[in-house]
Design a protein around this ligand. Structure first.
Ligand code: SF4
Ligand code: SF4
Length: 141
């Protein structure tokens, strides 16, 4: 992506379960063989050909991208219907401040949806922003 999100089944600290902005802002494209038409896991039926090398999640094309696998309402409650099967681009998209690393693309997606960027964690505050090893987006409910 282009881009999108990951997932971490931690409903308490995971800001992605009330966001989903990146899944409705960026194009989610990846090497076509990541689909189950190749040697991968992403359901090919939920993708289309982008070019000779890459596939793209249906719905995630501009100008109004929203991945077909995104469930729920952006900014309220969301999930990825193919969480376990999602592509590398989704797995690798980091929620901002994951492991202390700022992700301006997370910020940009949230701002586009009228959400404030996630704050930098205050490590003096144990209830501050998350610092996870895996990523956002929840499983489908
Ligand atoms: S496959 Fe899942 S994580 Fe990837 S863009 Fe779609 S909804 Fe988001
Ligand atoms: S917080 Fe960032 S990584 Fe998580 S869903 Fe929202 S835009 Fe995507």
């Amino acid at each position: 992506m282009d881009s999108t999100s990951n997932i971490q089944p931690d409903p308490v600290d995971n800001p992605c379960i009330t966001c989903g902005a990146c899944c409705a802002f960026y194009r989610a494209s990846f090497y076509w063989a990541e689909t189950d038409a190749g040697s991968g896991t992403v359901p090919a039926a939920l993708t289309e050909k982008l070019n000779d090398f890459r596939a793209v999640m249906l719905g995630s094309h501009p100008p109004k991208p929203r991945c077909i696998a995104l469930l729920g309402t952006v900014g309220q409650s969301v999930g990825c219907s193919i969480y376990e099967l999602r592509s590398s681009v989704c797995r690798e998209f980091a929620v901002s401040w994951e492991n202390g690393v700022h992700n301006p693309r997370c910020d940009a997606a949230r701002i586009a949806w009228g959400l404030v960027p996630l704050p930098k964690p205050d490590h003096s505050n144990p209830n501050g922003a998350p610092d996870k090893g895996d990523s956002p987006m929840p499983h489908a409910a």
